[in-house]
Write a new protein. Sequence first.
Length: 464
Amino acid sequence: MSSILKINAPYDGSLIKEIEMQDGHDVEHALAIAYDLFQNRNKWLPAEERRGILERTELLMKNQVEELTQLAAREGGKPYMDSKAEVLRAINGIRLAIEHMSQMKGTEIPMNLNQASSNRLAYTFREPIGVVASISAFNHPLNLIVHQTVPAIAIGAPVIIKPALTTPLSCLHFMEILYKAGLPKEWCQCLIVGDNHASELATDPRINYFSFIGSAKVGWHLRSHISAGTRCALEHGGLAPVIVEPDADLDKTIPLITKGGFYHAGQVCVSVQRVFVHDSIKEKFSKRLKQAVEQLKVGDPLDPETEVGPLILPREVNRVGQWVNEAREEGGNILCGGRQLSDSIYAPTILMDPSIEAKVSTLEIFGPVLSIYSYKNRRKAIDQANALPYGFQAAVFTQNIDKALDTVKRLNASAVMVNDHTAFRVDWMPFGGRDMSGLGWGGIPYSMHEMSREKLMVIKSDLL
């Protein structure tokens, strides 16, 4: 008998919907369909048809912005204003995929350079890599799904998506939109399964490309078990460091760090977590940041004015509270917050100089907590920022171009923002972690490239 999955709103725990869970038989069925689809080239969708499907998908989504926003905000707890931005990003992601289809091209390989290569013409072209399996996360319940399915659809690869069990409704709704736009269901299948069956999907030898967004522990474990030849992309988290120099423009810096640290209650893989502030401006910076954070509107994510909403589950509120209390007991000073506001909400919190051994300093907190560390020597601050086995996005605030460029070069990060927060992203840029933070690049055009592969054709003719 199939089990029932209850989808509850993170904010108040109210039941949104009950859906039926799937099992190993459903995983096998989906894999068999996708594999047969890819193996039989007579079933492949022509590029013109794929483009038309995506254009209709884009149009349908534009007509459902409010519905998609409400659904994402309710099931994921991200404030309405940010959920709407996510929906608009997802729509733009469809457009990016459509536009990049014309850039999926190969190159001519020079021939006739010696006797062995005479009378030959050679060029490469790109074709879909094969069956794509994607496992997604809860924090962007629509946009992540778009990033993990639409590139595959655009380049002509069958894709199977497994959404987070806390936020599957946006994914299921997006599937309905795709099918309404004309995509045959076998080209994009959704599985509502638990971790064991998700592992079966990821490690099956019929999978050619595996996309994972989630915890490092799970991602690296799955990677160690995927089949030989399966290409993969892993997007984990980090402890995004920020360097604030004495000449930083605080009128611009404070709002950016506030947004980067508390956007979606810190439940973003590149949220500002560790802020290294020069000792000469520590007091002024801390006072102004405290004022900004205390002014954030916290509460119901469906309220258009809310800036910080709930954590995804009550147990996450408890965990964040435990980490903050540990940091305080080990000498950290709580400037603001540091308390649970309800079963689902933890107050936006600033810690001053917690121990560098504390969990808030060494592990991704994935909650509304930001820590400030003072420094006198920028190079030593960078060394401390680089002391962990994670490397995702980082930032530096300064008006000195030489210091900015030097910091960019020295920070161990896949991307460094200058005078902007670490959570900045647009969907056409490369995005992904290094070291423990992940493997490979995301971003619509980059995923399209990763989900395809080159083939070389050499033509021999006496007419050449």
